[in-house]
Ligand binder design. Structure first.
Ligand code: NAD
Ligand code: MN
Length: 374
């Protein structure tokens, strides 16, 4: 059995509650008699809990473990207690930034799949069958360009280099070709009508994908009208949405309207194109549900663990090439929700633990079936 090391950062608020359920899924896979991998979990303090104990959101030792581990699983960090601490290296977000920089995770991957929940504010017949993956450029563009901040003037430089667009376009094409995408199609969103950086983005994305991935279709969509289209015809985005840091941020948050709760959405940040098959060198990734620490429901045992569990499925798929196990986890989640075992945010009445337990019971059955056939 191969052993992978996972740095587990439960964080604050509901972070520990939801992460625990995801870690138990990893334990279950580790314990399989004929499983192919085991997962050594290093549970460490990070964010508000680290500020309380060590005075910093992340210690040098934890950062070092983040550098050497195969993948990172995050819960969520922050909360009202620490919101007063100024942003930058001392606040909770500073810790996250340090960890991201250390792992150079240039791609933020956010899948959006409609799960029959009857909590979507959109009409059921509209959202049914929606399945797309937002691939957002994560380390450049307007967020990281040089800034000027004066009392009466401020600016952010929104710039991209050819190499930065090429690598994220390749990432999008790889994901469009993977089994995670329903069709081999990339929909690139930009504002090429007004932004020079978007015109470069559009030209390089198109060239790269046409040259290196002739089997992938690439189409372009203006980012502003993409928001309207996403709400009116969400299935028209099925495939991969490729966007820069700014547009990707907005489009991926908007996508949470489709399932109707933040609680079911996973995410991953990757430092390289995903592992294609089992046995390839693992790719460093950083996985977390997209929601925050939800202080309003923390400590009650009612947080939805699905986003965290599905983040583990992404880790299995993208970092380790364990596609069968990833699909089994996803199916185990779907079966659980279909049976009405849901938390309050999905109009259910089950606890965090009950949802997690049922997912693992379903997973056990699925894995036993898989091993009968193999
Ligand atoms: P939030 O995502 O924590 O909560 C928004 C709403 O969604 C709340 O009503 C919450 O109860 C609900 N919700 C979120 N996750 C849920 C889940 N798994 N199950 C059921 N309901 C869920 O966003 P917020 O309130 O804006 O932020 C709270 C704190 O979290 C802040 O301190 C913020 O800085 C931090 N935050 C951290 C991260 C991160 O660590 N990645 C991301 C976002 C916000
Ligand atoms: Mn955002």
């Amino acid at each position: 059995k191969v052993e992978f090391t996972i740095l587990v950062i439960e964080g604050d608020g509901i972070g520990p509650e939801v992460t625990n359920e995801a870690c138990l899924v990893l334990d279950q896979l580790s314990a399989l008699p004929n499983g192919r991998a085991s997962f050594k979990q290093l549970k460490r303090l990070f964010g508000g809990c680290s500020i309380d104990k060590h005075g910093v959101p992340v210690t040098a030792e934890v950062l070092e473990e983040g550098r050497t581990s195969n993948a990172i699983l995050m819960g969520a960090t922050g909360g009202p207690k620490w919101d007063g601490i100024r942003r930058g290296v001392e606040g909770c977000e500073g810790g996250t930034t340090l960890l991201r920089e250390l792992t150079d995770v240039y791609a933020n991957i956010r899948p959006c799949e409609y799960i029959s929940s009857h909590v979507s504010p959109l009409k059921e017949e509209l959202v049914q069958g929606t399945k797309f993956i937002v691939v957002r450029e994560n380390v450049s563009g307007a967020f990281y360009g040089p800034k000027v901040e004066e009392p009466d003037y401020a600016s952010d430089l929104w710039a991209y280099k050819r190499s930065e667009v090429e690598r994220i376009a390749r990432m999008a094409a790889h994901i469009a070709l993977s089994s995670a995408s329903p069709v081999p199609r990339v929909i690139s969103c930009d504002k090429a009508n007004v932004l020079a950086s978007s015109r470069l983005w559009r030209r390089i994305a198109e060239e790269t994908i046409k040259r290196e991935f002739p089997q992938v279709e690439i189409v372009h969509q203006l980012a502003d009208s993409a928001t309207t289209l996403m709400m009116m015809h969400p299935t028209s985005f099925n495939g991969v949405i490729l966007a820069d840091n700014t547009f990707g941020d907005i489009l991926s948050d908007l996508a949470a309207v489709i399932p109707g709760t933040l609680g079911v959405m996973p995410s991953g940040c990757l430092a390289d194109i995903p592992v294609k098959k089992w046995g390839d060198e693992p790719v460093k990734g950083y996985y977390e549900p997209i929601h925050g620490s939800a202080p309003d429901i923390a400590g009650q045992g009612i947080a939805n663990p699905v986003g965290s569990i599905l983040s583990v499925a992404m880790m299995l798929r993208y970092s380790f090439g364990m596609e069968e196990e990833a699909q089994a986890v996803e199916l185990a989640v779907k079966t659980t929700l279909d049976a009405g075992i849901k938390t309050k945010d999905m109009r259910g009445s089950s606890s965090t633990r009950e949802v997690g337990d049922q997912v693992r019971a379903n997973l056990k059955m699925l894995l036993e079936k898989q091993s009968e056939y193999s």
